[in-house]
Design a protein around this ligand. Structure first.
Ligand code: NAD
Length: 485
């Protein structure tokens, strides 16, 4: 049992003053595994004012990039030093399987190094030709940031807010999802061990009310949100009212197009991982698999064989591939979607229900539907569970049209014998990222930016770092040549 009665505010542990608590239930055992306090408004105010002092008067935004980078490397070291605890708490709080938790923590260091390398490409002080003389274009830290995050990959998403924000000189207050607040305590401990300066990082717990209070707080300059499209819509509206900059990484319903005749033998693990990893609870899940009508039988057989060889069970077991869904609410949603698919005429060829040998825990079998029409609810709505739909096409143009017939535009994949043909198809898909022949997901270190109802603005890469910066043009008289550094 993980129990705490404090919050991480401005770089130190502060005893909670409110009476409300988040009780965290293990999705595998349905037992309470943790209890932490919900932040009251005065505690969120304290976090924002600590960040304001750090931004307005403190050393952090005035430090060199290299100094901030050194702090963040020490922070990453301190997270890695807690590796086993990070793994176990995420498994306990949201049922993430050990394998995926390992993948997540192994990604922390490379993701920081990527940000550090990309930061060197940001032009903080650029001299341009202006209307009459030179213009000095400055890119300055945007201010105090609120980072609101989901439960599906707690630590990975939290650091994807903290690293770029702090690297660009912006103190940040993170509000983790109420389903997964436990592992975030380790980030507070790591920040203390790394010696992050006062005020630059706070972590406040709570649900929608705490999140709404934080993003609407007058002391916040920028909001970076990852979560559902509904949540993003509410946050965008709150930010619009205050002309506040916001980056939104939202839901998806991505498609994997398999071009005619592609031998999928080597790619099936990538296709299955890309759609069903984390029990399908990944935003970029390519769970609409679009296959040529002549290839359907072969590819469905390969999919079913491969998925059947994977293990469903205890998420703590290093061999497990499919754990429980993160919340009872998620399980109920998945059951409702599967019933809707059947009612609309789709056929289940694998799974379709709760596993009989797992009466306890929010488990659902990995499920494959065929005879799916793209207009069905299971093909249009984000299920966020282990459900994959196979949809057929007769020519390439139809495959692209099916992929694009979605309100979402987050991820995508194309598999083809000729990678150039795959790239050509990728260019026609209206999404922010596309994987070709098993390339890495979510942009692979390039910009990650959802289109349509999947988001606003970019994360990662130079473009993501620049969302934490404001532009200033300093105009100069004719003939004056400013220094560039
Ligand atoms: P959610 O929108 O319910 O909650 C996400 C976070 O936002 C939580 O911390 C929640 O408390 C907070 N929140 C929700 N509504 C809010 C509001 N009106 N004001 C302030 N805060 C609010 O999402 P979830 O169920 O936790 O996560 C699953 C969703 O996240 C899926 O739709 C998934 O696709 C999406 N997601 C997207 C990405 C991406 O990068 N695009 C990555 C992971 C998850």
């Amino acid at each position: 049992m993980f129990e705490r009665d404090d919050h991480f505010i401005g770089g130190r542990w502060v005893s909670a003053r409110g009476g409300e608590a988040l009780e965290v239930v293990s999705p595998a055992t349905e037992q309470v595994v943790g209890r932490v306090p919900v932040a009251i408004t005065e505690e969120i105010d304290a976090a924002v004012s600590a960040a304001r002092v750090a931004f307005d008067d403190g050393p952090w935004p005035r430090m060199s990039l290299a100094e901030r980078g050194d702090h963040l490397r020490r922070f990453a070291d301190a997270i890695e030093a807690r590796r086993e605890q990070v793994l176990q708490l995420q498994i306990d709080e949201m049922g993430m399987v050990y394998k995926f938790a390992v993948e997540n923590i192994n990604g922390i260091r490379p993701s920081l190094e990527r940000y550090l390398a990309d930061a060197k490409k940001v032009d903080f002080r650029e001299v341009r030709d202006g209307a009459i003389g030179k213009v000095l274009v400055l890119r300055e830290p945007i201010g105090v940031v609120a980072g609101v995050t989901p439960w599906n990959s707690p630590i990975a998403v939290e650091v994807s807010k903290i690293f770029p924000s702090l690297l660009m000189g912006c103190p940040i207050i993170v509000k983790p999802a109420p389903e997964s607040p436990l592992s975030a305590y380790l980030l507070g401990e790591a920040a203390i061990e790394a010696g992050l300066p006062e005020g630059v990082l706070s972590i406040v717990n709570g649900g929608v009310p705490a999140g709404a209070y934080l993003v609407g707080h007058p002391g916040i300059d920028h909001v970076t949100f990852t979560g559902s499209t509904g949540g993003g819509h509410a946050i965008a509206k709150a930010c619009a009212g205050q002309f506040r900059a916001v980056t939104l990484e939202l839901g998806g319903k991505s498609a994997a197009i398999i071009l005619p005749g592609t031998d999928m033998t080597d790619y099936i693990p990538s296709l299955v991982g890309g759609s069903l990893r984390n029990s399908g609870q990944i935003c970029v899940s390519t769970n609409r698999v679009i296959v040529h009508e002549d290839d359907q039988d072969r590819i469905v057989e390969q999919l079913v064989d491969h998925i059947s060889s994977l293990k469903l069970g205890d998420p703590h077991d290093p061999e497990t591939d499919f754990g429980p869904l993160a919340a009872k609410r998620q399980l109920d949603n998945v059951e409702r979607f599967v019933a809707s698919g059947k009612a609309e005429g789709a056929k289940v060829v694998l799974g379709g229900g709760r596993p009989a040998d797992r009466p306890t825990g929010w488990y659902f079998e990995p499920t494959v539907f065929v005879d799916v029409d793209n207009r069905m609810e299971i093909a249009q709505e984000e299920i966020f569970g282990p459900v994959l739909s196979v949809i057929t096409y007769s020519d390439k143009a139809e495959a692209v049209a099916i992929a694009n017939d979605s309100k979402y535009g987050l991820g995508g994949a194309v598999f083809a014998t000729d990678p150039e043909e795959a790239i050509e198809v990728a260019s026609q898909i209206v999404t922010g990222t596309v994987q070709v022949n098993g390339g890495p997901p979510a942009g692979g270190g390039g910009p990650f930016a959802g289109r349509k109802h999947s988001g606003l603005g970019a994360e990662r890469a130079v473009e993501g770092l620049e969302t934490f910066l404001e532009l200033k043009s300093v105009t100069l008289p004719a003939g004056y040549e400013p220094a560039t550094v």
